[in-house]
Design a protein around this ligand. Sequence first.
Ligand SMILES: Cc1cc2nc3c(=O)[nH]c(=O)nc-3n(C[C@H](O)[C@H](O)[C@H](O)COP(=O)(O)OP(=O)(O)OC[C@H]3O[C@@H](n4cnc5c(N)ncnc54)[C@H](O)[C@@H]3O)c2cc1C
Length: 443
Amino acid sequence: MNTDHVEYTSFTGWVDPPTDPRPALDEDIDCRVAVIGGGINGMSTALRLTERGQDVVLLEAEFCGHGSSSRNAGQLAGAPGGDLQLLNLLSRKKMPGMMRLAEHAAHHVEDFIAKHDIDCEYEPTGNAFAAVSRGQMGRVRRVARIVTRAGGHVEVGTAAELGIPRGFVGGMREVIGGRMNPGRFSLGMRRVLLDSAARVFEQTKVTDVVRDGEQVVVTTPHGRVRADHVVLATNAFAGEWDITPRNLSVPIYVVEVETEPIDPVRIAALGWTSGMGLVTQHAIMENYRLTPRNTIVFGVRRLERGTSYPLPEKVPDRALVEELAGAFALRFPSLADVALDRAWGGWIAITSSWLPVAGRVGDNVHYSIACNGHGLAQAPYVGTLVADAIVDDELPEDLRTLWHDEPRFPRPIMMGRAGLRTIWAVDRFNDRVNGSRRRARRG
Ligand SMILES: Cc1cc2nc3c(=O)[nH]c(=O)nc-3n(C[C@H](O)[C@H](O)[C@H](O)COP(=O)(O)OP(=O)(O)OC[C@H]3O[C@@H](n4cnc5c(N)ncnc54)[C@H](O)[C@@H]3O)c2cc1C
């Protein structure tokens, strides 16, 4: 695969930044609820609070949609993220709640797109846990049993039965969800927010959050916000202030790349008739999806740990882009000559349980972050539920599974650089073993 002319971008390949950034906060103001972070999580919280008659201020360091919300692969999942076998082992009782939350979250986003007529190329194709080997297919079957037992809606089949490319053995289709252009979705949500009654300040980086009596004071370079409630919705960027719970999550940088436009006849020859997004069953997944511009966007495979705050603006590492290109050529041998056009990445927050978390510190500092790699569906839904929890002073049913009254989290294991490198090495070892087996079978 030719990687000579890749454009490395520090934002996203899906959209250009908005041309109308809102001015920064430049005075001291009061409000009922201050939301910090204008990703799809924080924007959804602010929108719901506004809908419910609250006086809301949203503070965003860059522009709304600047974070992973605009940078992700656009695969709207209808099942929880993370290692579902491990989750089932450690948190079996939570599985039905997680399953319900995941499916409701995907429907919530679909309803939002329809209600606000957001032009984000959404197609309800579903997504597939795709197996690259017989070993992975066994895992897919075990995961499907767990998901079904927890009340989820999935179908298991061969590649031909599911309409996924012939380079895969088969997989599990999440019936609910689909694929979209996440940049357009995030900027579409930004437009709805700017048209709402919420007071939105972009280019406003919060530098501290402290309690002052019954209220909370949020400090920015040119003004303060005094609020009755604060919601921390900064995703991977959490951790800069003392008030953030310790070990809430670790920041991880992940990468997507995009091919040049491919001849539709060659795409049709792949057998990818369903158009579903694919997620492999490696410990660190690879994801692949088609776009309406006849390209394939794919990525992840390696997780890079952020080690200090503030997290840097980054472009993807060239070596990783080469590695992703090599993986693509393996999974899509007939397209091995296609060139890569673009590469970008973003910071996500991973929790020690790999589950999204939400909770409260004291009575009035709420957090709702760390939807791991599945936040496109879950971050807006959880954000909306947190808003309802603030207004009603009662937890909505779907929030209970994630909720932490005591903000205590264990240190995440295997999330240091050495641990992540080990997980990557195990995946590569399994790939090599599966490759040898495949070659032996072919003769
Ligand atoms: C490459 C990549 C691929 C992914 N693929 C998928 C996928 O296919 N499907 C899926 O479901 N999920 C995917 N994800 C995950 C998903 O994008 C995230 O879980 C989701 O976008 C999280 O939304 P958020 O609003 O919590 O965070 P973000 O979008 O990161 O928003 C946080 C915001 O907080 C702002 N902020 C930070 N610090 C401050 C501060 N001090 N003051 C003010 N503002 C601040 C940031 O500027 C940012 O705009 C992917 C993520 C990445 C990076």
